[in-house]
Design a protein. Structure first.
Length: 469
């Protein structure tokens, strides 16, 4: 399995492009339940959201009784009430991106079911703009902040272009506190802090500094052989090669199938982590290992330059061989009653609940988004910066879970008579912080995942397999 260690850095995300949904269309596959939806990821999100809003009831993950069998419906009703504003998150994010100098971000409070939108001036016109575009204006409140989204992204760009890559280990936007956390390598902290401070003297109170040791980012079993129809979250193995330290031995990687897409050549592909495959190579992959027939070759993965001049998501894909079919389901609540993936999640909202399915851990567990729009300096294995990553707390993972689907919006779909999720991204690894940091980052293990819209774009995909009535 893959267990790698990396140095932490972080950075602010590129903005999701918005467009109309007129070009979205779906085509059925040999699996009657799976359809390939074509278009940009935002177009697919908009098209599927309209359909799902009519049929899906938000559900607490611990509640397994279908709505028509519930004896006490109050728990469900309270949960649904707190979830309803989440339907407005894509619209809110789009408005912020369209006017980044007047907004600074947004975050969600799962306990109250409220979304806070941050604005840089106490403007009734800005508030009215958000409320008019939202269906749940009573669940939106506003907070006036000093620094805008533009201020944060511009600060990030200045730092990345000036400071030597790897000395600033992380640039972490702290949305709730309207700050940019600068995580410095403890060996070069003073010098690097002086360099960063000189760049942003006029915005010194935007920045919060902390130091980190060589913190380990680890890129992470369920041995079920699924045959010709492979679900998301299945164990995959490949990249078989001689051990560099002992060429007579063969080593290989274990990862998890994240999701199914369509590449630019109109081929069905399995998307997983890029670090699962050695950069610059192509090799056969299997499900679960090479004791079975190959499901296809790992034909493309992202890379990014070591000079820090550009970044990419940690992602790649296996081109499916004929005879294997995408199955847009994940083994939860069980391998015989699997939840369907019916839509996409593109907002990466701080405070929101997500779930991760790892094949090597064999579990689906829940967590909370803590920081989004993060760039991480990996500095090895074909990557300099990985961009647009998300840090979450709560869900569990082990080595071999890399690439596993990150999910959200668990629900019961009346039309499909079953449980559903939305696809949020793919798991990458973890970061452990031993003690509370002065920046406000609490001690604990944070999980790292790639945002769906980022991998979809970086891999040049044209379609995504989902389940639709």
């Amino acid at each position: 399995m893959f267990v790698r260690k990396y140095i932490l850095p972080v950075f602010l995300a590129a903005l999701l492009l918005c467009s109309s949904i007129t070009s979205v269309h779906a085509e059925g596959s040999s699996n009657a339940e799976a359809k390939a939806f074509f278009g940009t990821i935002s177009e697919i999100q908009a098209a599927t959201q309209k359909q799902n809003e009519l049929n899906e009831i938000p559900y607490p993950i611990e509640l397994s009784t279908p709505p028509e069998q519930l004896k006490n419906s109050k728990v469900l009703a309270d949960y649904v009430e707190k979830q309803r504003v989440k339907a407005d998150l894509p619209t809110i994010k789009k408005l912020i991106e369209n006017d980044p100098s007047r907004f600074s971000g947004h975050y969600y409070d799962a306990d109250t079911g409220m979304v806070t939108v941050q604005i840089t001036e106490d403007s009734e016109s800005l508030k009215a703009l958000i409320r008019k575009a939202s269906k749940n204006g009573d669940k939106i409140k506003f907070e006036v902040t000093k620094y805008s989204w533009s201020d944060i992204t511009e600060a990030k760009e200045k730092i990345k272009k000036t400071v030597q890559p790897g000395t600033v280990l992380a640039l972490i936007p702290d949305t709730m506190n309207n700050k940019l956390i600068i995580a410095l390598d403890e060996k070069s902290g003073i010098q690097s802090k002086q360099t960063v401070s000189s760049l942003l003297l006029e915005k010194s109170d935007l920045l919060v500094y902390t130091t980190l040791p060589a913190s380990a980012f680890k890129t992470e079993t369920d041995n079920t052989n699924w045959g010709s129809t492979i679900p998301m979250g299945a164990k995959i193995g490949g990249n078989y090669r001689p051990n560099p330290s002992n060429p007579s031995q063969t080593i290989y990687g274990v990862c998890t199938n994240g999701y199914f897409g369509v590449n630019a050549s109109d081929q069905a592909v399995v998307v997983t982590s890029g670090h699962c495959q050695t950069a610059g190579t192509v090799s056969a992959w299997y499900q679960p290992t090479n004791a079975t027939s190959s499901i296809g070759d790992y034909t493309f993965r992202t890379t990014s330059p070591g000079d820090g001049s550009a970044g990419a998501s940690d992602s790649g894909y296996i081109t499916l061989n004929s005879g294997f079919s995408p199955w847009a389901r994940v083994p939860y609540p069980s391998s015989t009653n699997m939840a369907m993936i019916t839509g996409t999640y593109v907002t990466d909202t701080v405070g929101d609940t997500i779930y991760m399915r790892g094949a090597n851990s064999g579990a689906t567990t829940s967590g909370t988004i803590k920081y989004s729009n993060v760039d991480i300096w990996w500095g090895s294995d074909g990557y300099g910066y990985n961009t647009n990553e998300v840090l979450a707390s709560g869900y569990t993972s082990v080595g071999g879970d890399s690439g596993g689907p990150v999910l959200t919006n668990y629900a019961y779909n009346n039309n499909l008579s079953g449980w559903t999720f939305k696809l949020a991204g793919t798991h990458t690894g973890s970061l452990t912080i031993d003690q509370d940091l002065a920046s406000g980052i609490k001690a604990g293990t944070y999980k790292v995942y790639e945002a769906l819209w980022s991998t979809f774009s970086d891999l040049g995909l044209t379609g995504l397999y989902l389940i639709s009535p």
